[in-house]
Design a protein around this ligand. Structure first.
Ligand SMILES: Cc1cc2nc3c(=O)[nH]c(=O)nc-3n(C[C@H](O)[C@H](O)[C@H](O)COP(=O)(O)OP(=O)(O)OC[C@H]3O[C@@H](n4cnc5c(N)ncnc54)[C@H](O)[C@@H]3O)c2cc1C
Length: 432
């Protein structure tokens, strides 16, 4: 007998959605989160279209307050002062979902609201301030974890432990799961400013100015989130040159935002650093334990694949577990087999998304003659909508492929798991 059916470590997008979907299938789940709550300042907010569809279909978006998210219509890349590539997402595959910007705390609160809906038959017990420090074994199988809650050390056991504890996963380390870490040539400094009235807030804007590049992402309410690349590991040099020099460099790449930058980004405290690397865990599961989200596969920021793959992992894993096991009687061997199958189904798709990201990362790195080639590549893609479709569809619209395990998982969820009131209302609204 275990304390809960499933235990999730980490209340990010992967962990919260996994716990919520398992509860909707009738399981009792505990979530251990080391932070004090769901508040986050700089985190993944860009949600790609497949995830928007999953979140909409599963009733999560119905819990997002009006005006708390925004849809993005396209992307424009400007290189050395000239517009080189424009992609209109609504023309890639017309009629499908568009990417959305949803602040991560808004998203997590919406997922939690679904977990707490009266129709949800299982339970999600989120324990904040609970830092996992060790694994508990039973006959060589992970049977639960030990965690620190204030001064107390506590033990909790579960039929399966799901590690969703992010890019620096403690659970992955204490389970001795090896992983490859690939440091990329750049890191990112994030900042936010108010969008000036003339700013086109419906699109992503990528500005490349010699070796600098700045990604401008619309966010709510009427803000622009800027990601500025700096050389990998170069934060100390950037700081030594001084804050004003850094801000001038950003303003030179995005002159329309220079007034807002000067008024609202006044010191390093208004920035947040993201070191960019990818990781690939050699195994995603061992008996009693499965890794999901960034803990299994950290992505780069390109094309918003971090949050997307976290959400798709949650969907596919919970579909496998729901089909294989029953609430109150999670059979260890069956749960382990479901975890293995989840990894087999998902790994090729994550690998493909990462490969697309890395191709783009390498284009960003090109200098001199290489930069001329990059501009040429962008211009060619600009003129060839079928090529745009070929690049974007696998990462934005994988659910259109009926053979993708995520589309089958979503279909089964909608057939098997009773809808929440919010979902029922949406479906009736769609039929009207
Ligand atoms: C500044 C920034 C901007 C980003 N922008 C984007 C973007 O626009 N689009 C995108 O797709 N991705 C983006 N990402 C990446 C994205 O945030 C992640 O890919 C995504 O959040 C992964 O979800 P996850 O649930 O796997 O992990 P996380 O969101 O990292 O959640 C892991 C959770 O585990 C908790 N935890 C860690 N260790 C323990 C422990 N020992 N015990 C208990 N709890 C623990 C953490 O506190 C955290 O809440 C960004 C990341 C950063 C940092």
């Amino acid at each position: 007998m275990t304390d809960v059916d499933f235990l999730v470590v980490g209340a990010g997008p992967a962990g919260m959605l996994t716990a919520t979907l398992l509860a909707r299938a009738g399981f009792d789940v505990a979530v251990l989160e080391k932070a004090a709550g769901l508040r986050r300042s700089f985190r993944g907010e860009s949600v790609s279209p497949d995830s928007v569809r999953i979140l909409r279909d599963l009733g999560v978006l119905a819990q997002v307050p009006d005006g708390a998210m925004r849809t993005v219509l396209g992307t424009t890349i400007t290189d050395d002062g000239s517009r080189v590539l424009t992609v209109d997402f609504d023309r890639l595959l017309p009629g499908l979902e568009l990417p959305a910007e949803i602040p991560q705390d808004t998203l997590l609160a919406a997922v939690h609201a679904v977990a707490c809906a009266p129709e949800t038959p299982g339970t999600v017990d989120v324990r904040f301030g609970a830092k996992v420090t060790a694994l508990e074994f039973d006959g060589g199988r992970v049977a639960g974890v030990r965690y620190q809650a204030g001064r107390d050390e506590r033990l909790i056991t579960a039929g399966l432990t799901i590690a969703a504890d992010g890019r620096y996963s403690t659970v992955r380390d204490i389970a001795n799961i090896e992983y490859d870490k690939n440091m990329l040539a750049r890191d990112f400094l994030w900042m936010k400013v108010t969008a000036p009235s003339e700013w086109d807030s419906d699109r992503y804007h990528v500005r490349i100015n010699r070796s600098d590049h700045v990604v401008c992402i619309p966010t709510v309410p009427d803000m622009v989130r800027l990601g500025v690349n700096i050389p990998q590991g170069g934060i100390r040099d950037v700081r030594e040159r001084g804050f004003d020099a850094f801000r001038d460099q950003v303003a030179a790449a995005v002159p329309e935002l220079s007034d807002a930058l000067r008024a609202e980004v006044t010191g390093w405290r208004d920035t947040s650093m993201l070191d960019i690397f990818t990781t690939e865990a050699e195994r995603w599961s061992v008996p009693g334990l499965v890794l999901i989200g960034d803990a299994a596969h950290t992505m780069t920021p390109v094309l918003a694949q971090g949050v997307n793959n976290a959400i798709v992992d949650a969907l596919v894993l919970t579909d496998e577990l729901r089909a294989a096991t029953a609430p109150g009687a999670v059979d260890p061997a069956t749960a382990d087999a479901a975890a293995l199958r989840f990894a087999e189904l998902r790994r090729p798709h994550v690998d493909a998304a990462r490969a697309t990201q890395l191709r783009q990362e390498h284009l960003f790195e090109l200098r001199g003659l290489g930069a001329v080639v990059r501009r040429l590549v962008y211009r060619i893609v600009d003129h060839l909508p079928p090529v745009q479709r070929r690049i974007w569809t696998p990462v934005y619209y994988a659910l259109t492929d009926a053979a993708n395990p995520a589309s089958a998982a979503l279909r089964r969820w909608l057939e098997v798991v009773p809808p929440t009131t919010a979902e029922r209302e949406r479906r009736e609204h769609d039929l009207d």
